[in-house]
Design a protein around this ligand. Structure first.
Ligand SMILES: NC(=O)c1ccc[n+]([C@@H]2O[C@H](COP(=O)([O-])OP(=O)(O)OC[C@H]3O[C@@H](n4cnc5c(N)ncnc54)[C@H](OP(=O)(O)O)[C@@H]3O)[C@@H](O)[C@H]2O)c1
Length: 323
């Protein structure tokens, strides 16, 4: 299994998020700056953010930080990466222009560097009529030359095919779809169908939470206590039932002198999906970069596939995923 064509991107949900990750501006911002530059210098070529990353008064904090860091990056380096944000289709963002103000604000925070805008989730389950309008609104931004690429997120196969056709009629392409995909997501026919649609139409499949929020990186003899209540609950519930999987990650990693995180990222890549890994410190950036240098064998991939299919627990799914 060669992963050469599939890169690795990084995600910044944690940057600004107190509730899930315990972010503290006073201590974290310096570390995040170094993390960001390590990641870019080491070849992680997509940075993923969202206008909703940052909780409470920190709304938009992830975009703000990235915008500030990008100001210190030479233009030639910015050109080589994809700066991708996601706009949230909140119920009050309605109609074809519903996301335009949000786009302007994100673009301000990101200092005019947005390349790709992604619809953060499908509105199909609460306002099905909205989605077509919002995606056409993103199509307008594209036709005005304000963005170069459009992406989707948390969209099921039927809606993906539908929205793809809507934009195709206008000669516009959907560039990527972002779905939760890791050794701890439940294997499903829907996911296989999405991957097939992607392959057929040259849509990039981005795997979010590829380390299952960090669970897959934990050695079987450790029982860490994450900082926040929400992650503590998740870890308590999921860790005990994932021992075999984590042991296998560890065993395979030994052969490559690689961490469990690297093995988990390369398993994602072996499925043709580009992981966007959540990184919070320079070590984690460097570890993801090291994964770019090697690939799993066919046999290792299959052993992990099997262990995944036997696993008794899965990550919770995003509730907005459409059919
Ligand atoms: N479209 C969507 O709805 C959606 C939803 C979720 C996420 N995303 C995107 O996907 C990105 C990644 O997902 P995620 O942040 O949810 O989860 P993730 O990538 O599965 O896990 C991130 C966590 O794993 C740990 N980690 C990372 N590298 C490590 C390493 N080398 N060794 C040990 N631990 C390591 C860190 O935990 P510690 O913090 O404990 O160090 C980190 O915070 C997000 O940042 C976001 O951009 C999108």
């Amino acid at each position: 299994m060669e992963n050469k064509e599939v890169g690795i991107g990084f995600g910044t949900w944690a940057w600004g998020n107190k509730l899930v990750w315990g972010y503290e501006p006073e201590t974290d911002d310096i570390l995040l700056k170094k993390t960001f530059f390590n990641a870019i210098d080491g070849g992680l070529d997509l940075v993923d953010t969202a206008d909703s990353y940052g909780t409470g008064r920190l709304f938009g904090q992830s975009e703000k930080l990235i915008g500030n860091f990008l100001e210190e990056l030479p233009k030639r380096k910015i050109k080589k990466i994809t700066v991708a944000t996601k706009l949230a289709p909140f119920p009050w963002r309605i109609g074809r222009h519903g996301l335009h103000k949000a786009f302007e604000e994100s673009n301000k925070r990101l200092k005019g560097n947005i390349k790709r805008v992604q619809l953060h989730w499908s509105t199909y389950r609460y306002a099905p009529w909205q989605e077509e309008q919002l995606i056409n609104g993103l199509g307008d931004l594209y036709q005005q030359g304000l963005i170069k690429e459009i992406g989707l997120s948390n969209t099921g196969p039927k809606r993906l095919a539908f929205l793809y056709q809507q934009l195709k009629k206008r000669g516009i392409k959907i560039h990527s779809i972002q779905m939760q995909f890791s050794l701890l997501t439940k294997p499903s026919l829907e996911d296989e169908t999405i991957k097939n649609i992607c392959k057929k139409n040259n849509i990039e499949y981005l795997a979010y939470s590829p380390l299952a929020l960090g669970l897959l990186t934990i050695p079987t003899d450790k029982l860490p206590k994450p900082l926040t209540f929400l992650r503590q609950k998740l870890f308590q519930r999921i860790l005990p039932k994932t021992k075999e999987l984590r042991k296998l990650l560890n065993d395979i990693g030994k052969k490559y002198s690689a961490s469990q995180a690297q093995v988990a990222l390369n398993w994602v890549r072996s499925h043709g999906a580009k992981p966007i890994v959540g990184i919070r410190n320079p070590f984690q950036a460097n570890d993801a970069i090291a994964a770019l240098k090697w690939s799993l064998t066919k046999n290792e991939k299959e052993r992990l596939d099997f262990c995944r299919s036997e696993c008794l627990i899965n990550m919770p799914q995003n509730p907005f995923i459409s059919p």
